[in-house]
Design a protein around this ligand. Structure first.
Ligand code: SAH
Length: 353
C-alpha cells in the first residue's frame, strides 16, 4: 500500500479508505482539503491531524510532487511554459496563459503520446506513460504556487491524448470541481481530443459540462489520413456524429480545432467542404496557424490564406475564430519544450531548480 498515490484518490475513495481502517470520515475530508485546497506536499504539514494518523498516512501513501526543470516566460505576452519532471523521471509540459478576463492553464494528460499526428512534437518519441489524476492536478497547483495566480480555466491540450487516459481523466474531473479542492466548475474546463469516437460517446453519457474540443484539421478522410493516423480507425462522418451527440447530450458547443498547413488543408475547397459538414450543428471552429516543428516539414499557411479560409467559413454561417498566438517566442506549441530538453538530455541532464 505504501506506494499508493494519495493525490489521485477522489473524496469517496479517500473516505472509503478511512472507514475501512477505522478512521472517522471527517478526517478524510480534512486530508482531501489539505491535499487539494491547501496543496500540502507532506503529511507533516497537516497540522490539525493527530500525529498517529499522520504517521499512518505516511506509511500507507505517498504524495507525488512535480519538480520544475525549466520555466520559460514570453516577453511578448507573459505566457509561461513549465517543464516538469515526475517522480519517476518523465518530462511533461504545461503552460500558463494570461488573458484579460482570466488565466488559463494548459496541462498534459500523458508523458508523450501514441496518436502519431504528423505535425505534433508530443508524439515524436511515442507514449511513455499515462499521467495519474494527481499528476494532472499537480501541474495546476505548481503553476498557481509559482505564479501566485489562480487558474480561471483549464484546457487539457498539452502532451497526450486525454481520452486515451480516460479513467484518470474522469477522476481528475471529479476532484477538480470539489468544494474542498480548486472548486473549478466543469464549464471552465476543455478536453481536447484527436477523435476517439467510442470515448466521446462515453463522455457524453456522463453529461458533464466540460467543453469538448475536437482536433479535426481536415474536411475529409483523404486529407485527414495524411496527417492523423487516428483517421484510419474512425472516419470523419462518425467523428462528427459523435461530436454532435456530445453537443446534444450536454447542450455544450463543440469546438473544432483546425491547424492550417500550407498546401495541405487550407484551400477554398477545404473551407467549403468543412462548412458543409458542420452546418447546423452547435459548434465553433478555431483556426490555428500550424506551429513549425523542427522535425516536421509542415509550414503554416500565409496570413492572406488564413483570412480567406476564415471568411469562407464565416460567410457560410460557421462561427469561426483565428486563435491568437501566445508564447510564440518560447516554443509554446504542443510538445516542443519537452522535445528540446530530451534532445539536450541525451547527453547531459538539465539542472533542476
Ligand atoms: N491529443 C489531444 C490534445 C493534445 S494536442 C488532441 O489531439 O486534441 C492539443 C492541440 O494542439 C490539438 O488540436 C493538436 O492537434 C494541436 N497541435 C499539435 N501540434 C501542433 C502544431 N505543431 N501546430 C498547431 N497545433 C498543433
Amino acid at each position: 500500500m505504501h506506494n499508493t498515490d494519495i493525490m489521485s484518490l477522489n473524496k469517496a475513495e479517500l473516505i472509503s479508505f478511512f472507514e475501512r481502517t477505522g478512521e472517522k470520515p471527517f478526517r478524510a475530508k480534512q486530508v482531501f482539503s489539505w491535499l487539494h485546497k491547501k496543496q500540502a506536499l507532506s503529511f507533516d504539514q497537516m497540522s490539525d491531524l493527530p500525529l498517529k494518523l499522520r504517521e499512518k498516512l505516511s506509511a500507507d501513501f505517498k504524495i507525488n510532487s512535480l519538480k520544475t526543470v525549466k520555466k520559460l516566460c514570453s516577453k511578448k505576452d507573459g505566457t509561461t511554459k513549465y517543464l516538469f519532471e515526475t517522480y519517476d523521471g518523465s518530462l511533461i509540459e504545461s503552460v500558463l496563459m494570461k488573458y484579460r478576463y482570466a488565466n488559463a492553464v494548459c496541462i498534459s494528460s500523458q508523458a508523450g503520446c501514441r496518436m502519431g499526428c504528423k505535425f505534433c512534437a508530443s508524439t515524436l518519441g511515442g507514449l511513455e506513460r499515462n499521467l495519474t489524476a494527481g499528476e494532472m492536478l499537480s501541474q495546476i497547483y505548481e503553476i498557481q504556487k509559482d505564479s501566485l495566480l489562480r487558474a480561471g480555466s483549464v484546457v487539457i491540450m498539452g502532451s497526450g491524448e486525454p481520452l486515451d487516459n480516460y479513467d484518470n481523466l474522469i477522476k481528475f474531473l471529479s476532484i477538480i470541481n470539489s468544494p474542498d479542492a480548486l472548486e473549478l466548475g466543469h464549464r471552465h474546463i476543455t478536453v481536447s481530443t484527436c477523435g476517439l469516437v467510442d470515448k466521446i460517446y462515453e463522455l457524453a453519457e456522463k453529461k458533464l459540462q466540460i467543453t469538448l474540443a475536437v482536433s479535426l484539421h481536415a474536411p475529409n478522410d483523404d486529407i485527414r489520413k495524411t496527417i492523423m493516423p487516428i483517421a484510419f480507425k474512425y472516419c470523419i462522418d462518425d467523428l462528427i456524429k459523435a461530436a454532435k451527440f456530445y453537443a446534444e447530450k450536454t447542450k455544450r458547443r463543440v469546438s473544432y480545432e483546425y491547424a492550417l498547413i500550407k498546401g495541405t488543408n487550407d484551400s477554398d475547397e477545404c473551407a467549403k467542404e468543412l462548412a458543409l459538414r458542420l452546418k447546423g450543428s452547435l459548434s465553433h471552429v478555431n483556426l490555428i496557424p500550424v506551429n513549425d516543428v523542427k522535425e516536421r516539414c509542415f509550414v503554416k499557411s500565409d496570413e492572406s490564406r488564413i483570412k480567406k479560409f476564415y471568411e469562407i467559413l464565416s460567410s457560410m454561417g460557421i462561427e469561426t475564430t483565428i486563435r491568437r498566438k501566445l508564447g510564440s517566442d518560447i516554443n509554446a506549441a504542443c510538445g516542443q519544450l519537452r522535445r528540446g530538453v530530451k534532445e539536450q538530455t541525451a547527453f547531459e541532464k538539465p539542472k533542476l531548480r
